[in-house]
Design a protein around this ligand. Structure first.
Ligand SMILES: Nc1nc2c(c(=O)[nH]1)N[C@H]1C(S)=C(S)[C@@H](COP(=O)(O)O)O[C@H]1N2
Ligand SMILES: [Mo]
Length: 221
């Protein structure tokens, strides 16, 4: 059913761009547009009923409301994003909350090294806690100065700029702190557990090959 990894493997890798050099990870193509990619339908929310649940290896689970996030320091992040289907976009501008600020404000001390991000509709992705605490990661509520659009993850999404963009779960609903790393949705379907774009960690196997234009068939802003 989810043979995306198998399909992407089959195609050629674009050549490195001599001008963009080190900034564009190997095998990526730059786009000015903002592709929209996800499985399933865009969820609809009433913020009155929305919450973000932190659970797992914590002293106790906690449910945060949107207002709790708004009360935290609002941080900016300017970063490049890289999708495993080969598009990259430079200088994206997000704002929202750093996990570190959130943990501090609620006196949460995780005792385990991994996190499963839980998102709607039925989407999970595994991360290292260190990846989420990285300065290039954010719990984002805004893009380019505006609240996220529904399609890009309103009201809350992860941005984990140092990993392929499937790790940046849209419609984030929970962070589960776990002792053992478990594969999330795409990680169970042939994609790499850690997804470093500069190391070209696309697949859980070893070969790399993704159609350079497959992403152009998708929706854009
Ligand atoms: N909840 C959820 N988040 C998701 C996905 C998804 O299917 N569901 N797809 C991921 C993938 S593969 C990509 S490339 C990015 C796309 O984000 P964008 O639509 O804002 O470009 O969202 C990621 N986050
Ligand atoms: Mo993606």
């Amino acid at each position: 059913m989810h043979n995306k990894a198998a399909r992407l493997r089959k195609s050629r890798s674009p050549k490195a761009d001599p001008v963009l050099g080190e900034r564009l990870p190997p095998g990526q193509v730059l786009t000015e547009r903002f592709p929209i990619l996800h499985e399933g339908e865009v969820p609809e929310y009433d913020l009155a009923n929305w919450s973000l649940r932190l659970s797992g290896t914590l002293a106790q689970p906690i449910e945060l409301r949107y207002a709790d996030l708004q009360a935290l320091p609002q941080r900016q992040l300017r970063c490049d994003i890289h999708c495993v289907t080969r598009w990259s976009k430079f200088d994206t501008e997000w704002s929202g909350v750093h996990l570190q600020d959130l943990l501090q404000a609620f006196d949460i001390q995780p005792t385990s090294a991994f996190v499963m991000a839980h998102a709607d509709p039925d989407y999970q992705t595994n991360l290292r806690l260190d990846d989420l605490l990285h300065p290039d990661s954010l719990l984002a509520t805004h893009y380019a100065g505006q609240p996220l659009t529904a399609q890009h993850g309103w009201p809350l999404r992860l941005v984990v700029a140092g990993r392929y963009f499937w790790k940046s779960a849209k419609w984030l609903r929970g962070l589960e702190f776990v002792e053992q790393e478990q594969p999330g949705f795409w990680e169970q379907n042939g994609f790499h557990l850690h997804a470093d774009p500069f190391a070209e960690q696309r697949f859980s196997g070893d070969e790399l090959d993704i159609a350079e234009d497959a992403w152009l068939e998708k929706a854009f802003d």
